[in-house]
Design a protein around this ligand. Structure first.
Ligand code: 8YV
Length: 329
């Protein structure tokens, strides 16, 4: 596919100014300057008129929307790494290519994962609340005791780019690294991280002090951490999720937290975000963040640059560097 004129590109959300400026120079762009998430009707209208759609995680590009697309829509250049908001198979069937923005948010997301790994056992958010509400009575030898990080076992579910970056950080904090992944990591990585591979997720979960979810949400990982698996965890163990809410059965997690079947959870993502299970809001042993994993200006500009490169290569008739392929699911 090669375009003689500037392609019509619809961007569904407000992107950093520098990204939008460059996109306006290169493409015939429809931007969303007031950043109000587009309704289904608006999305359908958009796919009927644009050549390229740039959605984000907040747009559900399902089969119905893809089927409504005009013949001109040939490329969905998503702003983000996860592509679970797009029905990839419906797109492929219609000859629409999909790309994402991997790599550039790896370190930021790993930082936020590490922040949650530290925050939950050390009761950071609880402590902050105590100070802000004026209820802090001063230091005491037994006040607000948490649990030590150093020497504990971290089990990483999904040892891809982000999982590996989490492991590198965690090793520096004295955690021993354990992981479960579809494929075993290369020997070099295992050696560097002194990582132990568990082919059985159930076995790994049962032995960990902290479990971090770093796998993508796919049909195979939906509710991977369900009530059965949560019940295998130790009572003193913590769950951290910076991937997608759907990987955890949130109802089951809330129950496990409320019953103290597990000790706590650090969540940056939720099953029905931005709606949060009200029971979760009441739990002191949960640290809750508003999907901040990749929220750095550097990261978001780099994601925008990737979107631009993917669109440019596509309209020049080449394979976009971050083309999403079947085997990712
Ligand atoms: C992004 C993310 O900000 O890239 C991802 O998969 O989860 C986020 O950090 C978001 O997806 C942007 O669309």
């Amino acid at each position: 596919m090669s375009y003689n004129k500037k392609p019509n590109v619809t961007v569904t959300r407000k992107l950093p100014d520098i990204v939008e400026t460059r996109m306006m120079e290169l493409f015939n762009c429809k931007l969303n300057l007031d950043d109000k998430a587009m309704s289904r009707e608006e999305l359908i209208k958009a796919v009927q008129t644009c050549d390229v759609l740039v959605p984000t995680v907040t747009d559900k590009i399902d089969k119905e929307i893809i089927d409504a697309a005009g013949d001109n829509l040939k490329f969905i250049a998503s702003f983000g790494t996860g592509v679970d908001h797009i029905d990839f198979h419906a797109a492929r069937k219609k000859g629409i290519m999909v790309s994402n923005t991997p790599d550039v948010l790896t370190e930021d997301t790993a930082d936020m994962t590490m922040a949650l790994i530290l925050s939950v056992p050390r009761r950071l958010a609880e402590g902050e609340r105590l100070v802000r509400t004026g209820e802090w009575q001063g230091w005491s030898p037994t006040g607000m005791l948490g649990h030590r990080i150093w020497g504990k076992r971290l089990g990483i579910i999904g040892m891809g780019r982000i999982g590996t970056a989490v492991a590198r950080r965690a090793k520096g904090f004295g955690l021993s690294i354990h992981y479960h992944n579809r494929n075993r990591a290369v020997e070099e990585t295992e050696k560097e991280l002194e990582a132990t591979y568990w082919s059985s997720l159930d076995q790994m979960i049962a032995h960990m002090d902290i479990v971090s979810i770093n796998c993508p949400h796919t049909p195979a990982t939906y509710h991977l951490l369900n009530s059965r698996r949560l019940s295998l965890m130790k009572n003193h163990a913590y769950v951290v999720n910076t991937s997608r809410g759907e990987v955890v059965d949130e109802q089951a997690l809330v129950k496990a937290l409320a019953n103290k079947d597990i000790a706590g959870a650090g969540l940056d993502v939720f099953e029905n975000e931005p709606k949060i299970n009200p029971k979760l809001l009441k739990l002191e042993n949960a640290v809750l963040l508003p999907h901040l994993g990749s929220a750095t200006i550097e990261g978001r500009v780099a994601m925008g640059e990737k979107v631009i490169i993917n669109i440019r290569t596509f309209i020049d008739g080449h394979n976009p560097p971050d083309r999403v392929i079947e085997t990712m699911f």
